[in-house]
Design a protein around this ligand. Structure first.
Ligand code: TMP
Length: 237
């Protein structure tokens, strides 16, 4: 597989074409963004930690029967993925209240949410990733109701798998965001799963172990991502 021209540069990852039109190379950079790109900083080792973290999780999901775009790791900061038509929606499941849910609905941080909520956000930094619903998705052609139903079902399935995985590492999976694309007509999980796009708390101390450490200036951001990975059995190179 030959890496070719850069196709797209996101806030934290760059996407490159390959000599096979079905596959792309994702490069995880050290750039760390928050508040819809209003704050961007470089965090040493972040690209390699997130690439390896994501690879570990994507393999676990595939083993559990969730189809993902992940093919293989190519280097500490790069992986090979399927080239998909991305659906411009972010699917968020919450097991506990945190972040925008607390701000929007006045729910206390940490409140247990049963059943876990499912929300859709439009992927649009200029608009601040506004919350949208299925009716908007259909009207504006972001996704059909069948596609939304499938994304919802896969997002909950991921919850079943990952809640158990993090629980075994003495952590609470508070919430997370997934993105999907279409590959040869199928809805397939894309983007990444790393502590950048989820919230993880220590089960005993409730210490925040995810990107909230960066958003809230708590320090030791990447050290914490590495500690999360190690608790799950990852070995970073
Ligand atoms: P929120 O509380 O800010 O709505 O975020 C919910 C979860 O989804 C949290 O783990 C962060 C993640 N998320 C992203 O990673 N990127 C985004 O653009 C959004 C809206 C959420």
């Amino acid at each position: 597989m030959e890496k070719r021209d850069e196709l797209y540069r996101g806030k934290a990852k760059s996407v490159f074409k390959t000599d096979d039109s079905d596959y792309l190379v994702l490069e995880f950079r050290d750039d760390t963004s928050a508040f819809d790109g209003k704050r961007i900083e470089q965090l040493d080792r972040k690209g390699r930690v997130n690439n390896q973290f994501n690879a570990f999780i994507m393999v676990k999901l595939a083993e559990a029967g969730v189809e993902t775009h992940f093919e293989k790791m190519l280097s500490p900061t790069e992986c090979l993925v399927k080239c998909m038509n991305m659906i411009p929606l972010e699917c968020v499941v919450r097991n506990r209240a945190a972040g925008s849910l607390c701000r929007r609905l006045g729910i206390d941080e940490g409140a247990e949410l049963a059943p876990a909520t499912f929300e859709l956000f439009l992927k649009n930094d200029e608009l601040g990733d506004p919350m949208v619903n299925e009716s908007h998705a259909e009207t504006f052609d972001w996704a059909s109701s069948e596609q939304i139903e499938e994304m919802r079902s896969i997002t909950y399935r991921v919850n079943d798998v990952l809640k158990k995985l993090f629980d075994a590492g003495n952590m609470i999976l508070v919430d997370y965001k997934l993105e999907f694309g279409i590959f040869h007509g199928r809805i397939v999980l894309g983007d990444e799963f790393s502590p950048d796009g989820c919230r993880l708390w220590d089960k005993d101390t409730m210490e925040k172990l995810d990107k909230d450490r960066f958003r809230q200036g708590l320090g030791n951001v990447i050290e914490s991502y590495e500690a999360v990975g190690q608790r799950l059995g990852m070995e970073f190179v």
